[in-house]
Ligand binder design. Structure first.
Ligand SMILES: NC(=O)c1ccc[n+]([C@@H]2O[C@H](COP(=O)([O-])OP(=O)(O)OC[C@H]3O[C@@H](n4cnc5c(N)ncnc54)[C@H](O)[C@@H]3O)[C@@H](O)[C@H]2O)c1
Length: 346
């Protein structure tokens, strides 16, 4: 079938596009390259450099996708407090635009990557399930939750497209941008360790996350329109194994074969324990979940793909900073003055 994958030059989108191509689908890869790389788009996909906030009916109506996978977003959760207008425009208005184009062009299924940021900071050390109340604590999570409601309301009002909303968490693996200093703790640690520098940890590193290797996540996303029970479902997706950020830094030093060096920064406001139940995902995608890769093995696989590679220059935030107050000092040094720089570049 014909499918559109937005964000296909990014990390997860490129893997989803690759799975779809390998299974014989025609893939239109849409990305504005604001956070991704042209070389990530898998061979065989048709690439269009367009923004999800621009009119796209020409493209959708000529391609007539049966399914649309909407992954494009700027996914820097902590930074979203400081770029709220950009965050809502890119991530929420962009989603409304892609959903409208999907509906008008007759798409039957809409796959959306929300985030566990939609849950906010529940006061529990228990894993979140899909019934855990959603009380997002930052603009990134708030925009994702708004998109979820909008997608469901569109399906209820117009009778389609069917949707599958995924809430992924801490996904990592090959093709992840390791040069973005504002997101992806695995990538940040890998880049620093490869440079022989200490890995920066906010607080004491006892916060836990279930870091999730890409393969199972990408396959579940790709297969959602073909899995009957995924229609109109909301699904946590990722690994089950919690690990502290401090232990992650030890594992990264191990797989890169470098000394373990960390630098403790002032704690920031963040959820202490973020991990999920995946009973729904396991029921709908038993085959994909039977291949779940452990964090330790996933890090080894990611390190193998980085071996001998130069670290790309740091990528910058695609937006000017809108509110500078409360920026962590390590970010302030890079970002102060960025408003002026980004205005000049435009
Ligand atoms: N990586 C994770 O752990 C994680 C966790 C939860 C949710 N998600 C969600 O999954 C999706 C993919 O995340 P990722 O980690 O692959 O990020 P990524 O940055 O690697 O990929 C996102 C892609 O979207 C593109 N993009 C951004 N704004 C765009 C726009 N206006 N028009 C067109 N393209 C645009 C970027 O250029 C980039 O290639 C995002 O929606 C993210 O919010 C990711």
């Amino acid at each position: 079938m014909n499918v559109v994958v937005t964000g296909a030059a990014g990390f997860i989108g490129s893997h989803v596009a690759e799975v779809l191509l390998s299974e014989g689908h025609e893939v239109l890869a849409l990305d504005d390259l604001s956070g991704g790389f042209r070389e990530n788009v898998p061979v065989g996909a048709r690439f269009e450099r367009r923004s999800v906030i621009d009119p796209l009916d020409d493209l959708f109506e000529s391609f007539r996708p049966a399914a649309v996978y909407h992954l494009a977003a700027y996914a820097a959760e902590g930074l979203s407090h400081h770029i709220p207008v950009f965050n809502f425009t890119n991530n929420a208005v962009g989603t409304a635009n892609i959903l409208a184009a999907s509906y008008r062009s007759g798409a039957k299924h809409f796959v959306f990557t929300s985030s566990i940021a939609a849950y906010g900071h529940p006061h529990t050390s228990e894993p979140f399930d899909e019934e855990t109340p959603c009380v997002p604590c930052d603009p990134y999570g708030a925009a994702k939750l708004a998109c979820e409601h909008h997608i469901r309301s569109c399906q209820a009002y117009f009778g389609g497209p069917a949707y599958t909303i995924f809430r992924p968490h801490n996904v990592f693996g090959p093709r992840q941008n390791i040069a973005d200093p504002y997101r992806n703790v695995v990538g940040i640690f890998m880049a620093r360790a490869m440079q022989g520098k200490p890995m920066p940890i906010f607080g004491d590193g006892s916060q836990t996350r279930s870091f999730s290797y890409i393969d199972t996540v990408a396959k579940c996303l790709a297969h959602a329109p073909m899995a009957g029970a995924a229609a109109n479902a909301t699904i946590n997706i990722g690994g089950d194994q919690p690990m502290s950020v401090l232990e992650l830094s030890r594992q990264i030093a191990r797989v890169l074969r470098v000394p373990h060096q960390v630098e403790h920064l002032a704690p920031r406001k963040e959820v202490q324990h973020a991990h999920c139940r995946h009973d729904v995902a396991r029921r709908i995608f038993p085959g994909e979940y039977s291949e779940l890769v452990s964090i330790e093995r996933g890090l080894e696989k990611m390190a193998d793909t980085l071996s001998g590679q130069a670290i790309p220059p740091p990528t910058e935030c695609p937006s000017a900073i809108e509110i500078e107050d409360n920026l962590p000092p390590s970010w302030r040094d890079r970002l102060v003055g960025s408003s002026e720089r980004i205005r000049c570049a435009k």
